[in-house]
Design a protein around this ligand. Structure first.
Ligand SMILES: *Cc1c(COP(=O)(O)O)cnc(C)c1O
Length: 316
C-alpha cells in the first residue's frame, strides 16, 4: 500500500474570503473547502482523509463504496484508492447512467463499477463483500457520501478550524450556512459547536434532497453516534437547523433563478458553484435570509466543492 503524503499530516487550512456582494446589509464570507488540494477538492476530501487512516489501519486491499453517477464522494474515494495502490469497487444505482465528469473519472481511476436497481443496493453490497472475502480479499466498505463517524469527525475538525480562523481575524460569524445531503457535514459542524459550548451562533443546513423529517433525523442520529455518552448532556434540539424549503423539487433539480445566482457568483466573484449542492444551498441561504428578514449579520457560507458538476452544466 502506497502512502499519500497529503493525508499523512493534517490537511491545509482552507481560506475564508470575503464576498463583495451585499444582501439585507449582511456581510458574507466564504470558506473554500472546494480548494482542498486533492482531486478537485470538496467536503469529501476532508472525509476521505479520515477514512484513509482507517483503511490503512485495517490492512484492507480493496475499498468499496456506494454512490450515483454524479457522486463527488465516489470520485475522491476511487482517486484515493488508486493513489494508495488499492483496488476500488463502486456500487451504483442502475436508474441513471448518464456519463458525467465524475462517472468518467471514477472509471479512469481504475475502479470497477457495479450497477443494480436502487432497491437492491443493500443486498448487492453484502453479496459483493462476501464474494471478496471468499476470494481471500479484505474489503473496507465506506457508506455512501462518506457517512459515519470518521466523516462526522472530519467536520468537527473543520469547525475547530473555523473557530481558530475567527480568533486570528477577530471576525465572529453569526451564521454558518452549507449544503446538507447525507448529513455528515452538518453533524460534524453541530458536534463541533456543541463540544465547544459555542451556543450563540446558528448553523443552517440547506437540504439539497431530503425532506425535513428524515433529513433532520439522520443528522441527529449521526450526532448521537458521534457524541456517544456525552450526547444526553450536550445535545440541544435548537442547534440542529435543517431546512428543506429550497430543494427546487428534489436532488439535482434547479430553477432559472438558481442559475442566475450561480452565474452571478462566477462572473462577479469568480467562484464556481454547481446547481446540485453548493449553488442550491447558496441560493437557499439568500431566500432564507430574506424570508426571515435577517439583517446586519456576519455570515459564513461553506463551499463544499462539486467542481466537476459545475463543468457538467457548462457544456450543456
Ligand atoms: C456530498 C456533498 C455535500 C453534502 O454533504 P453531506 O455530508 O453528505 O451532507 C455538499 N456539497 C457537495 C459538493 C457534496 O459533494
Amino acid at each position: 500500500m502506497k502512502q499519500l503524503a497529503l493525508f499523512e499530516q493534517p490537511l491545509p487550512v482552507t481560506p475564508i474570503a470575503p464576498l463583495s456582494m451585499a444582501c439585507g446589509q449582511n456581510q458574507f464570507w466564504i470558506k473554500r473547502d472546494d480548494l482542498l488540494p486533492f482531486s478537485f477538492g470538496g467536503n469529501k476530501v476532508r472525509k476521505a482523509a479520515e477514512f484513509y487512516k482507517e483503511i490503512k489501519e485495517s490492512g484492507a486491499d480493496v475499498v468499496m463504496t456506494y454512490g450515483s453517477n454524479s457522486s463527488n464522494h465516489c470520485r475522491i474515494i476511487a482517486n484515493m484508492a488508486a493513489a494508495m495502490g488499492l483496488q476500488c469497487h463502486v456500487i451504483s444505482p442502475a436508474e441513471n447512467r448518464e456519463i458525467l465528469y465524475n462517472t468518467r473519472m471514477v472509471s479512469q481511476f481504475g475502479a470497477s463499477i457495479e450497477t443494480c436497481p436502487v432497491n437492491e443496493v443493500a443486498q448487492t453490497i453484502e453479496n459483493r463483500k462476501a464474494r471478496f472475502v471468499k476470494e481471500g480479499k479484505k474489503p473496507y466498505f465506506i457508506t455512501g457520501g462518506g457517512h459515519g463517524n470518521p466523516g462526522t469527525h472530519s467536520y468537527v475538525r473543520a469547525y475547530e478550524e473555523i473557530c481558530a480562523q475567527e480568533a486570528q481575524t477577530g471576525i465572529r460569524f453569526d451564521y454558518i450556512f452549507h449544503a446538507s445531503g447525507t448529513g455528515a457535514t452538518q453533524a460534524g459542524l453541530v458536534c463541533g459547536q456543541l463540544l465547544a459550548k459555542d451556543e450563540a451562533r446558528r448553523i443552517v443546513g440547506i437540504s439539497i434532497a431530503r425532506e425535513k423529517d428524515r433529513g433532520r433525523e439522520v443528522v441527529r442520529e449521526s450526532i448521537e453516534a458521534y457524541l456517544g455518552a456525552a450526547y444526553e448532556r450536550l445535545y440541544r434540539d435548537e442547534a440542529l437547523v435543517f431546512d428543506d424549503s429550497y430543494r427546487c423539487g428534489g436532488y439535482g433539480k434547479y430553477t432559472q433563478e438558481l442559475l442566475d445566482v450561480t452565474g452571478k457568483m462566477m462572473s462577479e466573484e469568480g467562484i464556481p458553484m454547481d446547481t446540485t449542492y453548493v449553488g442550491k444551498a447558496f441560493w437557499g441561504m439568500l431566500q432564507y435570509l430574506g424570508e426571515k428578514e435577517i439583517c446586519g449579520r456576519k455570515i459564513l457560507f461553506l463551499h463544499t466543492g462539486g467542481t466537476p458538476l459545475f463543468f457538467d452544466k457548462l457544456v450543456l
